[in-house]
Design a binder for this molecule. Structure first.
Ligand code: NAD
Ligand code: DAU
Length: 352
């Protein structure tokens, strides 16, 4: 029986990944470690309450003793590190916590995984792996042409992407220095259920159903490469099982869209399915994000050729499924956007 240590498994992608794993594999155990920051929510894991294969532990990945204890308590085979501060706008407001969680937290996990898995000098227990969930943002921004490849130099611009790039360098350093068994995945923008409504798609959905303005940064022509979250989970699973040790794999599905296209798509969905009174008059162009990366676009050739991964969900289907899910989970949105989120929203958007 394999044991996965999944960090950040109460967040958006982490919770989707835990569901994915437990559905796909019967004979596994998932130790899910999450600090439960504003972005982590136990409601995301409600469907697993009666599944004894899922063990939830509230802890900070930076906590030396808590992480040491987990490796003593469980025979971990795989670490899948999702835990992070993940929102670019928050990193612009407050960079320090991004260094703590994303860099120091990753190094703490690497240190304890290495200690637990070592059986000789730079020799490790068979079959173990540390998978770092990274992002395409570490590559910086593209012009109108070209794609991010695994060989593209790292050129992060925001405090968030700088912290993720730093973490990647530490993961790579453990591989190079100690021959530690790692993989890094770098995925493009995810969308799907359980995404915190500070991010573009759930934020615009929630604003539209509440007849609030849809804030579009700058000219709305920045481009993101959107991938349905389950396809990301499948990519990570493929890399855990078949990825060559020490390698980086980009994950993305050639699905580039401008932000304004995404916003109009959401408004059109709400108009058709929920409330005929909404419309594009709700779009408001606001001051651009500082250092706003213009375009992201992933070249997924390596993961497709080596591991047979490809994106299975077409954007047209995935976005409908996603918006339907949000429309059926308004209580979930209301719950996680109450309290402190309102302060953040005011700070970010009022008078912008
Ligand atoms: P999220 O913000 O929804 O979830 C992050 C989770 O990590 C939360 O549950 C939070 O409580 C937890 N966490 C934060 N700090 C912690 C700490 N110190 N210790 C333990 N847990 C902590 O993020 P997400 O969008 O699900 O992203 C997950 C990972 O995937 C991140 O590493 C992110 O960089 C990466 N990623 C995200 C995307 C995307 O489009 N969302 C794309 C590519 C890569
Ligand atoms: O590319 C992968 C990255 O995608 C992940 O590493 C990050 O964790 C994730 O948050 C996401 O980053 P982005 O900055 O691309 O996502 P966000 O949803 O914040 O913004 C998407 C685009 O929409 C971006 O160009 C900014 C714009 N935007 C965003 C918000 C919240 C708006 O125009 N208005 C908004 O209100």
């Amino acid at each position: 029986m394999k044991t996965y240590l999944v960090t950040g498994g109460a967040g958006f992608i982490g919770s989707n990944f835990v569901y994915y794993l437990l559905k796909k594999y019967q004979d596994i155990q998932v130790v899910n470690v999450d600090k439960l920051t504003y972005a982590g929510n136990l409601e995301n894991l409600k469907g697993l309450e009666n599944d004894s294969r899922h063990i939830f532990v509230q802890a900070d990945i930076c906590d030396d003793q808590a992480i040491a204890k987990l490796f003593q308590q469980y025979e971990i085979d795989y670490v899948v590190n999702f835990a992070a501060e993940s929102h670019v706008d928050r990193s612009i407001l407050n960079p320090e916590i991004f260094v703590e969680t994303n860099v120091q937290g990753t190094v703490n996990l690497l240190k304890h995984a290495k200690a637990a898995w070592t059986i000789g000098d730079d020799v490790y227990k068979a079959g173990v792996k540390f998978l770092q969930v990274s992002t395409d943002e570490v590559y910086g921004s593209l012009g109108e042409e070209g794609y991010f490849m695994e060989t593209t130099p790292l050129c992060p611009h925001s405090p968030y992407s700088a912290s993720k790039a730093s973490a990647d360098l530490f993961v790579q350093a453990f591989a190079d220095t100690y021959r530690f068994p790692v993989n890094i995945t770098r995925c493009s923008n995810n969308y799907g259920p359980y995404q915190f409504p500070e991010k573009l798609i759930p934020l615009i959905f929630n604003n539209t159903v509440h007849h609030k303005e849809s804030p579009v940064y700058g000219d709305g022509l920045n481009v993101r490469d959107w991938l349905y979250v389950e396809d990301h989970c499948k990519g990570i699973d493929a890399v855990i099982n078949k990825g060559r040790l020490g390698e980086v794999y980009n994950i993305g599905g050639h699905n580039e869209r401008t932000n304004i296209f995404i916003v109009k798509t959401i408004i059109a969905y709400v108009k058709e399915h929920i409330d005929a009174a909404v419309g594009e008059h709700m779009i408001t162009y606001v001051t651009d994000r500082k250092g706003h990366d213009r375009r992201y676009g992933i070249d997924p050739t390596k993961i497709t050729d080596e591991l047979g991964w490809y994106p299975e969900t077409k954007f047209e289907d995935g976005i409908k499924k996603t918006l339907k899910w949000y429309s059926e989970h308004q209580e979930w949105i209301d719950h996680i956007t109450s309290g402190k989120y309102q302060e953040y929203y005011k700070l970010m958007y009022e008078g912008r």
